[in-house]
Design a protein around this ligand. Structure first.
Ligand SMILES: Cc1cc2nc3c(=O)[nH]c(=O)nc-3n(C[C@H](O)[C@H](O)[C@H](O)COP(=O)(O)OP(=O)(O)OC[C@H]3O[C@@H](n4cnc5c(N)ncnc54)[C@H](O)[C@@H]3O)c2cc1C
Length: 418
């Protein structure tokens, strides 16, 4: 039963049930702050948090940007933690990184990056990188075209199911006493007597001492509904994925886009996933979060990549599923889209003493750390000194039915329900 108007204010209302929204709720609950309510307009994880590449990783490719090294380090530490905290859902996966003649980075650069990746993972590393013979590589990646291959490396990262992870974190929060209301869209946020009053589409009103805007790509809209001006310019970048028949991959594949004049070198992944092969992701500007869909160019580009590296001749007719999601990043002045840092930002708007925090950016892998940062800010405002307990498995509801979230996932995708 959810309290409405005239009740004592909630300690915190969280808007958005993606990984960051449920993560903040879980963090607060693990500190004993349970007079909390999460409002999600659709179903949990239905936004970006079911459209990611599903990697639990430091982000090897971000090592190209020296300013993102701390981000890679943080991702690797959180990778190690998630593999321990939720081993049924987050598991290590071997990756092959083939280096081809004329495509992207040379072998020495890749090897340097892999040394650094191992170094940053420290004692929590899964396994160190190594060189792989082409005969072994073709066993692990059936059909791999080795004729133009210079070198092939193996390294390790993690893989999950983003939707199930979001459900697991949500269930962990509610098992500690937090409340969640789905199918409830926030329409308006008003300042009322030193608190925030949150009005929803179904006519309910909720008051809170603090609000966390975790609406991801919709966060600007939420700020607008509170008559607040965004502190950063949010940039939406679309990333699309294709699912094709199972290619029998025994490892993930880290591919550099085939050489083409005038096209930036990008990284794509080929991954085994739920009995299919997934390829992604792209990067394209996206204006409206409600109209996020893969373009024909992105589709053609991904098919070109598979056919360039694998001895097959795939066409659009071979695509079984597709999905697209949005990264919502804080724009850095003077930087191009793919040079904009993935480092998250948290901004604060105040109504008297009551803060409204907005989350920009972030990664599935490092969601726990980001949410701990937000949780600390909320706890400080509420005068709660207990620290976050999300690193401790006893605060996780690992027996809950979180895997049910992914039943019928492909059908839901087909019907546009995810
Ligand atoms: C293509 C792509 C691939 C990625 N791959 C990886 C990866 O492999 N590994 C990794 O670590 N990270 C990855 N990421 C990043 C990661 O997926 C995101 O950082 C993360 O999912 C964002 O979660 P979120 O909770 O901020 O947003 P979302 O998941 O989008 O959640 C926001 C929620 O707010 C709800 N909402 C919006 N407006 C309202 C409203 N008015 N009222 C109520 N609810 C509302 C929405 O319905 C939505 O559910 C990827 C991102 C993209 C785009």
């Amino acid at each position: 039963m959810i309290d409405t108007l005239n009740q004592e204010p909630y300690d915190c209302i969280v808007i958005g049930g993606g990984i960051h929204g449920v993560g903040v709720l879980h963090d607060l609950a693990s500190r004993g702050i349970c007079r909390t309510l999460l409002l999600e307009k659709n179903t949990l994880g239905s936004g970006t948090s079911s459209k990611s590449t599903k990697l639990i990783h430091g982000g090897l490719r971000y090592l190209k940007n020296p300013w993102d090294i701390p981000l890679v380090y943080e991702g690797l530490q959180e990778r190690a933690l998630l593999l321990k905290l939720a081993p049924d859902l987050c598991s290590p996966l071997e990756f092959l990184f083939p280096v081809f003649k004329g495509a992207g980075m040379p072998a020495w650069m890749v090897r340097t990056g892999l040394f650094m990746y191992d170094f940053l993972a420290g004692s929590e590393n899964i396994k160190k990188h190594r060189s792989v013979a082409s005969s072994e590589a073709t066993q692990m990646i059936p059909g791999l075209d080795t004729s133009r291959m210079r070198k092939i490396f193996s390294f390790w990262d993690g893989q999950t199911d983003d939707l199930a992870l979001t459900r697991l974190v949500a269930n962990s929060a509610t098992s500690l006493g937090a409340k969640i209301k789905t199918k409830t869209s926030v329409q308006k946020i008003l300042k009322k007597e030193g608190c925030w009053q949150v009005k929803t589409e179904d006519g309910s009103h909720f008051t809170a001492k603090t609000v966390v805007n975790a609406a991801g790509p919709w966060a600007d809209k939420v700020l607008k509904s509170a008559d607040l001006s965004p502190i950063y310019e949010g940039v939406n970048i679309r990333g699309s994925h294709l699912l094709i028949e199972d290619l029998g991959l025994k490892a993930g594949v880290f591919l550099q886009s085939p050489p083409q004049k005038g096209r930036p070198n990008r990284i794509l992944f080929l991954l085994p996933w739920h009995g299919k092969t997934m390829i992604g992701t792209t990067e394209a500007p996206q204006s409206s979060p409600d109209e996020c869909a893969m373009s024909e160019e992105e589709c053609a580009y991904m098919i070109e990549c598979i056919n360039y590296y694998i001895h097959r001749d795939f066409t659009v007719a071979d695509i079984e599923q597709q999905f697209a999601g949005m990264r919502w990043l804080a724009r850095q002045p003077g930087k191009s889209m793919n040079k904009t840092s993935r480092k998250h930002k948290i901004t604060t708007h105040k109504n008297a003493e009551s803060p409204l925090f907005t989350i920009y950016g972030g990664k599935l892998t490092a969601y726990r750390k980001l949410c701990e940062e937000v949780g600390s800010k909320v706890a400080k405002k509420l005068g709660v000194t207990k620290l976050s307990g999300t690193k401790s498995q006893e605060n996780w509801d690992l027996n809950s039915d979180y895997k049910a979230a992914i039943e019928g996932r492909f059908e839901k995708l087909r019907q546009g329900l995810l």
